[in-house]
Design a protein around this ligand. Structure first.
Ligand SMILES: C[S@@+](CC[C@H](N)C(=O)[O-])C[C@H]1O[C@@H](n2cnc3c(N)ncnc32)[C@H](O)[C@@H]1O
Length: 202
């Protein structure tokens, strides 16, 4: 079923993610221009309803707060400090890729600069289709840096275009999404590049 070779989802540091993320990181992982590009995309896609932000932290990059935003990530202090979050949950998607939410809970799901840390992405993407409402959108965005010991091997072994292909393949491998859109959102920008791959429920 899978398009990915053995070892693709392995990581250098395969210790429990709770250990790595126990340390608070109140930092930005992309520069201001890339953050603005994420916010502009969310506005363009009209992510204004009930949103789930996967692999979230203290910042979610929306230009305006959606109606509700549930922040799911690994560090409770960071999630607690997220000003856009109306609720938050600490949940390890690598230990348990089933999202702790009912069917049809969200209008949109986002995942910013984090899809490369998922070791069971097909299970997560499949469960996103369960929690999304009809025509709901799943938006993944990423740049060109990461915590290398925690990123999957397949991600580290390719380039920006390869990363876009990996994420597009995740969408195509699970049932329920339409054909993903793949875009470089800030071509020519002097700082961090920002790529996005997104699709809607069929
Ligand atoms: C590079 S940070 C990005 C944070 C935020 N999305 C942003 O745009 O700044 C990676 C995030 O992924 C989350 N994360 C890493 N591994 C995870 C896992 N196994 N399950 C859930 N979240 C995870 C961490 O809590 C961390 O907040």
């Amino acid at each position: 079923m899978t398009a990915f070779p053995p070892g693709f989802f392995d990581r250098t540091d395969d210790t429990d993610d709770n250990e790595f993320y126990a340390f608070d990181r109140f930092v930005t992982h992309i520069d201001e221009g890339a953050i603005a590009a994420v916010g502009a995309l969310y506005t363009e896609l009209e992510l204004t309803g009930d949103v789930l932000d996967l692999c979230s932290s203290w910042i979610s990059h929306f230009e305006a707060s959606p109606a509700t935003m549930t922040a799911l990530g690994m560090n409770g202090a960071e999630l607690e400090a997220n000003p856009m979050a109306t609720s938050h949950v600490v949940h390890d998607l690598n230990a348990d890729p089933v999202l702790p939410f009912a069917h049809d809970s969200f209008d949109a799901v986002t995942c910013c600069v984090s899809v490369d840390y998922l070791t069971r992405p097909l299970e997560v993407f499949a469960d996103v289709t369960r929690v999304l409402r009809p025509r709901g959108q799943f938006v993944c965005s990423f740049s060109n840096r990461c915590f290398p010991t925690k990123a999957i091997r397949g991600w580290l072994r390719t380039d920006d275009q390869g990363h876009c292909e990996i994420v597009a393949t995740y969408f195509r491998e699970v049932d329920g999404f339409d054909e993903p859109t793949v875009q470089h959102r800030n071509p020519g920008a002097p700082g961090d590049p920002l790529y996005a791959v997104w699709a809607s429920l069929l």
